[in-house]
Ligand binder design. Structure first.
Ligand code: AMP
Length: 415
């Protein structure tokens, strides 16, 4: 079912949202982006004349009640954004009375789902690899099904709108969907937008297609890099990964970060790029620091010849030009991961050059998708968020989708 085609009048909808918002030490919400992201779906339910039940996790309480991770702290933010007084059910596993009393146009928020270990469905108190683990896992799967059934019993429609957790097969993100028929379960507007953005990048490619992968490690990105190697025209690899590639080619990298067990992986990426006619763009020069801090002494050095005692911390001037050249003129752009230690202003220039080139290409008609916490933080830091096509709310979920993996949160709705 498509949310646009569903009339919620007279229905009770349970919506999985991602309200895992940052809080300060007094429990005040410091960034409402995620609450605002869910509003189109939530408002549609209420505007149609439906009753709205919202459920989410917050943080990692690991199956235990942790007051500092209570969703009660965000009730007023949700109320203000939604324009209705949101009620609160202090136990998400025993909210029958609150759900039953809910009238059309009213909204209820359930307490943190992850207070229950059943939400994540991981066995508690048993070590992985022990003989007891398999039995505990099977038992927990059953408990997870029961917990999902309980959540489902509060409503007659299920809406999945939490892209940030769509790569997890949790009670509220996937298992619950088994309790609803096809006409009574759907993706929310935010999920639809996210899925469409990924589809634009992977299946509706306008060329040239340039992907920029940065961050600290090759190991966490290799699955995506391999998938992209069969799709892109230009692949820019930057950030800390640069030095694993430099060392693999016999370069000297000083004390730059490097994954010594991934040198063969780096060489294999280079070989596959050649085989697939992908223009692989690696940094040729680096801004190096003599200490891992913002006010370290700096010098520019070839990325293949970093002096002893120095580490590559950002893309150098030639590299920035090469990156910008590859990005400009592109028609599809994907960016994940910074080109340097952007948290330090003195080493943010490489990431800024990338962000500016993406903004320029977008102005010329490219579709640009930015995702993963750090690149989003980058684009915000440089004030360019409104100059790219789409900023994903998902970190892990986005990366898994780009890797070509099916997201359980999407699959559960479609089956
Ligand atoms: P990731 O979580 O793998 O996406 O990596 C993001 C982190 O990579 C950021 O915190 C950056 O500071 C860091 N990073 C980027 N370039 C470098 C570099 N050359 N050396 C060390 N850390 C880096």
């Amino acid at each position: 079912m498509k949310i646009e085609d569903f009339n919620f009048a007279g229905h009770k909808a349970i919506v999985r949202v991602d309200f895992n918002v940052p809080l300060d030490e007094n429990g005040n919400v410091t960034d409402e982006t995620r609450i605002k992201g869910a509003l189109p779906t939530l408002k549609k339910v209420l505007a149609d004349g439906g009753a709205l039940i919202m459920m989410s996790h917050m943080g990692k309480p690991k199956g235990k009640v942790k007051p500092e991770l209570s969703l009660k702290q965000i009730v007023k933010n949700v109320s203000n954004n939604l324009g209705v007084e949101v009620k609160f059910a202090a136990d998400c596993g025993k909210a029958d009375a609150e759900a039953a009393a809910l009238k059309p146009g009213e909204a209820l928020l359930l307490e943190n789902l992850r207070y229950y270990p059943e939400e994540e469905g991981k066995p508690v108190g048993v070590e992985k690899g022990t003989p007891e683990y398999d039995a505990a896992k099977a038992e927990m799967k059953n408990r997870q099904k029961e917990f999902a059934k309980k959540l489902a019993s509060y409503a007659d429609v299920y809406v999945m709108d939490a892209f940030g957790t769509a790569h997890r097969k949790h009670a509220s993100t996937a298992v619950i969907a088994d309790n609803f028929d096809k006409d009574h379960k759907m993706l929310g507007y935010l999920m639809e937008k996210e899925v469409k953005a990924v589809d634009n990048v992977l299946n509706n490619i306008k060329r040239p297609f340039t992907a920029i992968m940065g961050g600290s490690k090759v190991s966490t990105k290799i699955g995506i890099i391999e998938n992209l190697l069969t799709k892109v025209d230009n692949l820019i690899l930057c950030g800390g990964m640069t030095y694993t590639f430099a060392k693999a080619q016999g370069g000297k990298i000083g004390k730059s970060i490097c994954e010594d067990d991934k040198l063969d992986v780096a060489l294999d990426v280079m070989k596959k790029a050649k085989e697939n006619n992908v223009n692989l763009v690696l940094g040729t020069d680096s801004i190096c620091g003599d200490d891992f801090k913002n006010d370290a002494n700096t010098q520019v050095a070839p990325s293949m010849n970093i002096p002893e005692g120095w580490e590559g911390m950002d893309a150098g001037p030639d590299t920035r030009k090469a990156f910008a050249n590859a990005i400009k003129g592109s028609k599809t752009i994907l960016w994940n991961g910074p080109a340097g230690v952007f948290e330090f202003d003195n080493f943010a220039g490489g990431s800024k050059a990338i962000a500016e080139a993406i903004a320029e290409a977008t102005k010329e008609g490219a579709f640009s998708l930015i995702g993963g916490g750090d690149s989003v933080a980058c684009i915000n830091k440089f004030g360019l968020a409104d100059q790219v096509s789409y900023i994903s709310t998902g970190g892990g979920a986005l990366l898994e989708a780009i890797e070509g993996k099916e997201l359980p949160g999407v699959a559960a709705i479609e089956k």
